[in-house]
Ligand binder design. Structure first.
Ligand code: NDP
Length: 279
């Protein structure tokens, strides 16, 4: 039976630590603010944005909301970002993705000043991660590293298989594990022998966006299994990319869904926000 990695508890610990740091900085007269931009009213995005603002409130930083209509032009959005880049009272800028189809997502990401890009999506921050320099790191993979470290799971020298190569999860995840001295294999939809490769993993990190795709046949006895996926099943219950019931008896550690990786993303966003105004 696997030990559960409690992302809810670990994310609360991180937010409580940040709350203390923010209070200490306030005493020194240092305060920060996050600008949160949402274009359109996608219900899932609205939930994420609300939770991000709630987290700001919890740790004691100001959040400034920009709720823009779906018809907003790319030029208008770029204009707002430019103003926020120049605004010294704003330390972090977050534009909730996806943006409407008439906008170029990459152009929006590139428009945010790298030193305010608390999502860690700007190519300058991604490049810094590649060469091992300081910069903002994408929140979900950064959260996975915290889950492993705070659960006392050794990374160095372990074979880590990352399934998924998206820009916001898979790729930065693999780079972070490499930085922690794991031996890293990245798999994707064209990978041959996925099952065999996954079975070699000491640490298996799954971010493919397919409900319950990874079952016990993909997992080595005693492996650490991290499930980044989030889905709602036919009964409206949350599940991950890993078939928990099948994998749990075989793994040494596993993240549940919900309550595993999910809560870490916002905790790490808050961490990036605090870093943005400590500098
Ligand atoms: P993407 O759809 O952007 O990427 C999925 C990746 O999985 C791609 O690289 C794709 O390969 C690969 N893939 C798809 N099917 C297979 C397959 N059959 N075998 C092997 N690889 C496959 O997803 P994201 O990275 O954005 O998200 C992944 C999951 O994580 C989703 O469930 C998402 O909801 C969740 N998520 C959770 C977050 C959290 O806070 N917990 C935050 C972000 C995402 P290819 O590149 O070849 O197409």
């Amino acid at each position: 039976m696997a030990l559960l990695i409690d992302g809810k508890q670990i994310s609360t610990d991180i937010k409580d630590e940040l709350k203390e740091t923010v209070a200490r900085l306030k005493e020194q007269g240092i305060e920060g603010a996050l600008a949160v931009i949402q274009v359109g009213a996608d219900p899932a995005s609205s939930v994420y944005v609300r939770n991000k603002k709630k987290a700001c409130e919890y740790i004691g930083i100001r959040s400034v909301s920009y709720e823009l209509p779906e018809e907003t032009t790319e030029e208008e959005l770029l204009g707002i970002i430019e103003k926020l880049n120049e605004d010294n009272t704003i330390n972090g800028i977050l534009c909730q993705l996806p943006v409407p189809a008439h906008m170029d997502e990459n152009k929006i990401i590139r428009a945010i000043a790298p030193q305010k890009d608390v999502d860690g999506f700007h190519t300058q921050n991604v490049g810094a991660l590649v060469v091992g320099q300081e910069g903002f790191v994408s929140c979900t993979p950064a959260g996975v590293i915290q889950l492993l470290k705070r659960s006392d799971i050794a990374i160095e020298g372990k074979h880590c298989v990352v399934v998924g190569r998206s820009n916001i999860v898979g790729k930065p995840m693999a780079l972070l594990m490499l930085q922690e001295n794991a031996t890293v294999t990245i798999c994707h939809s064209r990978t041959k022998n996925l099952k065999e490769i996954c079975k070699e993993a000491d640490i298996l990190i799954v971010a493919i966006g397919k409900p319950k795709f990874i079952n016990a046949d993909y997992v080595k006895e005693g492996a650490v299994v991290i499930d980044v996926g989030i889905h709602r099943n036919e009964n409206n219950k949350l599940c991950g990319d890993v078939d928990f019931d099948s994998v749990e008896p075989k793994a040494s550690y596993i993240t549940p869904v919900p309550g595993g990786v999910g809560p870490m993303t916002i905790a790490m966003l808050m961490n990036n926000c605090v870093e943005a105004f400590m500098d």
